[in-house]
Design a protein around this ligand. Structure first.
Ligand code: ZN
Length: 78
């Protein structure tokens, strides 16, 4: 659920924006959030293993300040 103080589950950045809200009978039942820092998007109704930083597998987290860690696997088309 949205707390108003969203933190990206993947990079813990705080540049998080609301992209879409699913509503039923005028009531918000889920939200799609997007991190402008690492481009991760998630729905706030996903399981904690996906969206709670402390419960995520650290292997899948990223640190955008350490960009050289992430090699280009497939170069973008020129
Ligand atoms: Zn992020």
């Amino acid at each position: 659920m949205s707390t108003g103080m969203e933190v990206c589950p993947r990079c813990r950045g705080t540049e998080v924006e609301m992209q879409y809200q699913g509503k039923e009978d005028g009531r918000v039942i889920w939200s799609i959030l997007h991190c402008r820092r690492c481009s991760f998007s998630w729905r706030d109704s996903e399981p904690p293993e996906s969206i709670v930083p402390e419960k995520r597998d650290p292997f899948f987290n990223v640190n955008p300040d350490d960009i050289n860690r992430y090699p280009i696997v497939l170069a973008p088309t020129p």
